[in-house]
Design a protein around this ligand. Structure first.
Ligand SMILES: *[C@@H]1O[C@H](CO)[C@@H](O)[C@H](O)[C@H]1NC(C)=O
Length: 131
């Protein structure tokens, strides 16, 4: 009789833990923010015009300098920073979670391309090229 009770308790523990992983704070924030979110719309409230994007290029490695071809190959990080006014939440209502991650294809990203980029395949924000 005692063994049966223990089994039931273990099962209910699993239910509780699996239930809480599918409804984490991050899950709630993502669900609430992405509901009715349109990634094609610039992330500014009505009345405001431009989205300010901070843009930085950080060279991490000089790969090659080819004098004859006149080509310099660099490994770089492209850092872009902007505020998305639609993707904000009150941390005290979401377990004090301050930061969550989105994939570039889920949200609006700046449509910035490097002019004279040597590699046509490179796309700065991981979005499909539209130019
Ligand atoms: C965030 O939520 C808390 C609790 O509901 C509330 O007291 C506080 O005023 C809210 N802050 C903002 C900036 O809305």
């Amino acid at each position: 009789m005692a063994a049966v009770l223990i089994c039931v308790e273990i099962l209910s523990l699993f239910e509780v833990s699996s239930g809480s992983t599918t409804t984490s704070w991050e899950h709630h924030i993502r669900a609430d923010l992405l509901e009715n979110y349109d990634r094609k719309v610039r992330p500014v409230f009505r009345g405001k015009r431009e989205v300010e994007v901070l843009f930085a290029l950080r060279v991490s490695r000089l790969v090659k300098v080819d004098n004859q071809e006149q080509v310099v190959v660099l490994d770089t990080w492209v850092i872009q920073e902007w505020k998305n006014e639609f993707l904000t939440w009150n941390a005290s209502e979401y377990g004090y979670v301050q930061r969550i991650h989105f994939a570039p294809h889920e949200i609006w990203v700046p449509d910035i391309a490097l002019f004279n980029n040597g590699d046509d395949e490179i796309n700065l924000a991981g979005d499909q090229a539209s130019l």
